[in-house]
Unconditional design. Structure first.
Length: 205
């Protein structure tokens, strides 16, 4: 794609903008994981680079993103993959907007923006406790167990009493070969919550 003839003097191309953003996310105060960097580089090489590298950053707008999503869909890119492709594009453009190199806010250009993996908000213990206080008593043990151990939904459903040691206050899950210990401040209360639950309570000896 060739740059439009009315490109403002000194306007960086997307290739230059991408390289600067990726360098910042590689060595800045919040560096991306190596696996995420590798995925973003692959996305740029296969999708974003061919579509945008020669386009000046100043010429990006909502229709630019819309045309890209339509063309990608027509090439057979699945909705899930397309969503993953848009994550670093959105992050790159938002960063340049914050830095002042992109005048317009790109947020409205993207439909239902998903939170990037490295931007997910983790609940604090106080927030977890506030959430649990609003739940029906019958739901609290399962939600608390998931929140404080970090097990995934599939791991939680697959757990048996053989995986749980209430006396030691530990839980192991064979599905991911993970052995997790509950937080020091919460594990006693959580163990008591599970032990006293009419449905979750372990079978009698």
């Amino acid at each position: 794609m060739s740059p439009p003839p009315d490109t403002p003097p000194g306007s960086p191309t997307f290739a230059e903008a991408w390289a600067l953003w990726l360098a910042h996310r590689s060595f800045g105060t919040r560096p991306l994981r190596a696996s995420t960097l590798a995925d973003y580089k692959s996305i740029h090489r296969r999708h974003l680079g061919p579509a945008f590298d020669l386009v000046p950053l100043a010429h990006f707008d909502g229709t630019t993103i819309a045309r890209f999503t339509i063309e990608a869909s027509n090439r057979g890119v699945s909705p899930k993959r397309l969503s993953n492709i848009l994550v670093p594009l959105r992050a790159c453009l938002r960063w340049h907007h914050r830095m002042g190199s992109l005048a317009r806010d790109p947020a409205p250009w993207f439909d239902a923006p998903a939170r990037a993996a490295d931007e997910r908000r983790i609940l604090t213990p106080a927030q977890i406790e506030a959430l649990l206080a609003q739940l029906p008593a019958t739901h609290r043990p399962m939600i608390a167990f998931a929140a404080y151990t970090g097990v995934r939904a599939g791991e939680l459903r697959a757990l048996t009493w053989a995986d749980v040691d209430l006396s030691a206050r530990t839980v192991g899950t064979h599905l991911s070969n993970i052995f997790r210990k509950l937080g020091v401040d919460s594990r006693g209360a959580l163990a008591d919550m599970i032990r006293d639950h009419p449905v979750l309570a372990p079978p009698a000896e």
